[in-house]
Design a protein around this ligand. Structure first.
Ligand SMILES: [Zn+2]
Length: 209
C-alpha cells in the first residue's frame, strides 16, 4: 500500500509491529535459560557501603539467599558466586557468568550516597541485549517493594561488562545511606519483598522469551 494511503491508526500499528519485531530480534540468544548465576556483591574485607554496623555485603548476601530459595521453588537452577562471607574477585564473578551456556547473571548490591538523601532501586545493564532483563527485574522489584523507581540505566560495571556470554544485570536494591531505607532494610520484611520482586522479574522474563 502506498504510504500516503496509510491512516494514522495503521501508521501507529505499523510502528508498534516494527517495534515488537525489533524487540523479538533483540532478545538474547540464550533467552531459554535454565541457570541463574546470582552474585551477592562484595564480601569479607570488602564491606561495600557501610553505616554503623549495617554492611552492604551482609544485605546483598541475605537478599541473594532469599532470591535463591524463590528461584529454586520456581524450578530454576541457581549458582551463587559466593554463599558465605568470602572475598571473590570481580574476574571470578564474571567467569562464573560466562561458564554456562543457557544462563543469566544477576548481581545484587545496595547503594550509598554521601548526603544520605538518595533512595530507591535501580537496575543496570552494559550490553544492549541485557536491557530487557534489567527492565523486567526493575518493574517487578518496584511493584513488590513499593520503593522509588530510579530507572533502568546503562553503566560499565566490571561484572556486567565482562559477562559476555549471557544477559547480565546489576541491581541496586536500596540505599544503606538513607536513614529510613536503612531502618526498613534491617527488618526482614522489606528484604523479602525485594527478593520476591527480583525472583518474579526473572521468572516473568523467562516466560516472555
Ligand atoms: Zn556494591
Amino acid at each position: 500500500m502506498p504510504e500516503r494511503f496509510l491512516s494514522t491508526a495503521s501508521l501507529h500499528l505499523a510502528v508498534l509491529v516494527t517495534a515488537l519485531v525489533s524487540l523479538l530480534f533483540a532478545m538474547p540468544a540464550s533467552a531459554a535459560f535454565d541457570v541463574v548465576v546470582l552474585d551477592a556483591g562484595h564480601g569479607d574485607h570488602d564491606r561495600g557501603a557501610a553505616i554503623g554496623r549495617v554492611f552492604e555485603k551482609h544485605l546483598a548476601l541475605d537478599t541473594a539467599r532469599r532470591v535463591e530459595q524463590l528461584l529454586r521453588k520456581a524450578g530454576l537452577q541457581v549458582v551463587m558466586t559466593r554463599s558465605g562471607d568470602q572475598f571473590v574477585p570481580l574476574s571470578g564473578r564474571s567467569a562464573l557468568g560466562n561458564r554456562y551456556r543457557n544462563a543469566i547473571f544477576v548481581s545484587l548490591h545496595y547503594n550509598y550516597n554521601r548526603s544520605g538523601s538518595g533512595s530507591g532501586v535501580e537496575s543496570y545493564y552494559y550490553h544492549e541485549d541485557s536491557a530487557p532483563l534489567a527492565g523486567y527485574i526493575q518493574a517487578y522489584l518496584v511493584q513488590n517493594s513499593g520503593m522509588r523507581h530510579r530507572g533502568v540505566k546503562h553503566a560499565s560495571f566490571h561484572v556486567i561488562r565482562e559477562t559476555t556470554r549471557n544477559p547480565a544485570v546489576l541491581i541496586e536494591c536500596g540505599f544503606v545511606s538513607n536513614r529510613n531505607e536503612r531502618t526498613l532494610l534491617m527488618g526482614g520484611d522489606l528484604r523479602n519483598r525485594i527478593a520476591e520482586g527480583i525472583a518474579q522479574g526473572i521468572v516473568a522474563f523467562r516466560r516472555a522469551n
